[in-house]
Design a protein around this ligand. Structure first.
Ligand SMILES: *Cc1c(COP(=O)(O)O)cnc(C)c1O
Length: 424
């Protein structure tokens, strides 16, 4: 599938005149169409709810858009919980799928009406001591162990993952929680990330529904929801086949009707905690070519670096690149596209065939809308860039300003050196 940017050269020029590159741009229209399709795909399930994984794209203005469609927030830290409260999440709108959790975070989650999703059986005591009770609604994260294999060789290794409880533990946890006063239960599992197959969710759903039936039958606990968490992927490469959310929703429905309905559990709600799928394709890094270098290889130096988008440097992840204005030009030049960090892995692309790049060209780095800006860091004293929302009507709005040196030095602001640091 040909990957086309959602911004034009004209729009980028207009934005760049006001907010210098690099910057993130997000596609409001794409975000809205996608969340509508997701809701539609699961509309057969009465209690269906998406809790957007805040860690993927923690921008309140973007999360506000998802909230218009009834989405909640999936959080895993104190600041993410604070974020959820600030965007006006109501009781039941927050899923706290944390791990290695400090007690104070359980407490705060409960205060704002969030649902605690216990990563471990030993956390029951922490929650009880800290809250002075066990919440009425509670969830447990499951880890089936072993290897989870989906068709066409996609697999992951839950047996090696730090998350969740074993089968034995989750039954024990349910018994203990019920005895201590829990009334409504959820189960959760996240087994494979970035799946580009329509089969992951239906397979996971079947496994979880079968577990739910056994748990309800053997412990008498009432299961209110099954949380399929994140993991639906996006086509980063032009050769990837995009997922079809309609088929995924129908696959989950089939498992629901085969397993839960006959067990008298047709009232179970499906929850999801998608991150990448909700935002990934609808965010891009826009950066300008500022240097070309001809040594043992051909290099194009851009004004963004791994601080703005870490995935290529960290995982060797592929992000498609379009040279704006040269969409239809032949890709007959082989480049490494680099940032300026003193780190040789600071490359957005290696040996990538692209059109001839001239200095000043704008490059769009695709599919950076999730786990992009959020993973940024400040190595080499690099500052994080601005985020801009491209609205449905074609206008644009700043939704996060770029960092300044004063932000970078902020944690010295109680020291005498601070005033000197922020002087140019
Ligand atoms: C990261 C994460 C998600 C979102 O994952 P995606 O791959 O972005 O869909 C959901 N739930 C939990 C608990 C996570 O850690």
């Amino acid at each position: 599938m040909k990957k086309e940017p959602f911004v034009t050269l004209e729009q980028v020029k207009e934005i760049a005149a006001q907010y210098p590159t690099p910057f993130y741009v997000y596609d409001e229209k794409g975000i809205r169409e996608n969340v509508k399709a997701l809701k539609e795909a699961f509309s057969w399930n009465k209690g269906y709810k998406e809790f957007f994984a805040v860690k993927a794209t923690p921008n309140p203005y973007l999360v506000n858009i998802l909230q218009e469609y009834g989405c909640g927030c999936d959080c895993s830290s104190m600041t993410e919980l604070m974020f959820a409260k600030a965007v006006n999440c109501q009781p039941g709108d927050v899923m706290f799928s944390s791990n290695d959790t400090p007690d104070v975070e359980f407490k705060y989650c409960d205060e704002i009406g969030g649902i605690i999703n216990l990563d471990d059986i030993t956390h029951i005591d922490h929650v009880e001591k800290t809250l002075g009770k066990i919440p009425k609604t509670i969830s447990c994260r499951y880890n089936p162990g072993g290897v989870f294999t989906i068709a066409n060789n996609i697999m992951d290794n839950p047996g090696d993952a730090k998350y969740g409880m074993t089968t034995e533990q989750i039954f024990e946890a349910f018994r203990i929680l019920k005895e201590k006063g829990a009334e409504e239960f959820g189960i959760h599992a996240f087994l494979v990330s970035n799946t580009i197959t329509n089969e992951y969710y239906p397979m996971l759903a079947k496994l979880m529904f079968e577990l739910a039936v056994k748990l309800q039958q053997e412990t008498g606990a009432h299961i209110k929801f099954v949380n399929l968490s994140g993991g639906i992927g996006i086509p980063y490469r032009p050769t990837d086949t995009p997922n079809d959310i309609k088929i995924i929703g129908e696959g989950v429905r089939k498992a629901f009707e085969e397993v839960l309905v006959p067990a008298g559990m047709g009232d179970v709600a499906i929850y999801t905690e998608l991150g990448r799928y909700m935002m990934g394709p609808y965010g891009a890094v826009v950066t300008q070519a500022i240097h070309e270098k001809h040594i043992h290889k051909e290099y194009i130096g851009v004004d963004a670096c791994a601080v703005n988008l870490m995935r290529p440097a960290m995982y060797g992840a592929y992000h498609h690149i379009t040279v704006l204005g040269k969409e239809d030009a032949e890709c007959d030049h082989k480049y490494d596209v680099t940032g300026s960090l003193c780190e040789n892995n600071d490359k957005f692309a290696i040996d990538r065939m692209l059109p001839k790049i001239d200095m000043g060209d704008y490059l769009v780095i695709h599919d950076a809308g999730a786990h992009g800006y959020a993973m940024g860091y400040n190595y080499n004293g690099k500052l994080k860039c601005a985020e801009i929302l491209l609205k449905e009507d074609g206008s644009y709005q700043l939704i996060r300003r770029a960092e300044t040196p004063a932000d970078y030095f902020r944690t010295f602001d109680c020291f005498p050196i601070y005033e000197k640091l922020i002087q140019k």
